[in-house]
Write a protein that binds this ligand. Structure first.
Ligand code: ADP
Ligand code: MG
Length: 247
């Protein structure tokens, strides 16, 4: 059932197991409209699993997850509609290799949103311009650098006008010189007021953009703080230890 509450994501007591492995342990997380949340933590701590649950890609055994006012998993049609409010960007870009950049961006606009070719191309070109890559519209993903492909993936996600963008380590597969161009696009998106949850270990980005940093370890949220507190001396000891290993 839809409600008018302001939280775009509202997670209560979320638990998930892979067999005997408790991968999400009593997760509570609320993300308000316009919030920018950075999720970090060691490999295997459950960050991707959490993001996939929020995107409706993963099942869970206990707890509730409300996305854009809809409790996921109650009604299939409402769940699908809520999922369409999210844009997801993966570490591995996941562009369709056999489609041009433009077609990658227009595909869902035409098939899911029912736009005409002309409308879809106008919307796609506007977003490709926003991620500063309109000149590559007729290229194929394999002809682009990793950073360019990831910017296309961001544009593609934006085309469906999501209320929240979910990023899962969007720069960790990139060569160092390409990381900045992707982070710059994400920073600009935040500046435009986009609600976002970013799994990333780019702590410069977290400092600059995040208003909340969430630290996960072994399926639990261990620490949740403003960026200032998270990076300040008052941070949780476990987060500080983690920061020392990556900074
Ligand atoms: P992170 O993104 O923080 O590195 P993940 O969410 O990918 O962590 O994984 C959390 C834990 O769940 C890890 O121990 C991982 O091995 C396990 N896991 C992830 N996906 C599966 C799966 N499909 N089946 C079984 N175990 C999984
Ligand atoms: Mg992961």
């Amino acid at each position: 059932m839809s409600t008018q509450l302001d939280a775009i994501v509202d997670i209560r007591g979320l638990n998930k197991w892979f067999g005997a492995l408790h991968v999400l342990n009593d997760i509570d997380l609320t993300v308000d409209s316009g919030a920018r949340v950075v999720v970090c933590g060691p490999s295997g701590s459950g960050k991707s699993t959490l993001i996939r649950c929020i995107n409706g890609l993963g099942s869970y055994q206990k707890g509730t997850l409300r996305l854009a006012g809809t409790t996921l998993g109650v009604n299939a049609r409402e769940t699908a509609a809520a999922r369409r409010q999210t844009g997801m960007v993966f570490q591995s870009f996941n562009l369709f290799p056999h489609l041009t950049v433009l077609s990658n961006c227009t595909l869902a606009l035409r098939r899911v949103a029912g736009r005409s070719r002309g409308e879809a191309e106008d919307i796609a070109m506007a977003h490709l311009a926003k991620v500063r890559i309109p000149e590559k519209a007729m290229s194929y993903p394999g002809q682009l650098s990793g950073g360019q492909q990831q910017r296309v993936a961001i544009a593609r996600a934006l085309c469906l006008n999501p209320r929240i963008m979910l990023f899962d380590e969007p720069t960790s597969a990139l060569d160092p010189e390409m990381i900045k161009e992707v982070l710059d696009v994400m920073t600009a998106l935040a500046g435009d007021g986009m609600t976002m949850i970013c799994v990333t270990h780019e702590m410069g980005f977290a400092r600059e953009v995040a208003d909340q940093v969430v630290f996960m370890d072994q399926g639990c949220i261990i620490d949740r703080a403003s960026a200032r507190d998270f990076f300040g001396t008052s941070g949780h000891p476990r987060s500080r230890l983690f920061l020392e290993t990556i900074l």
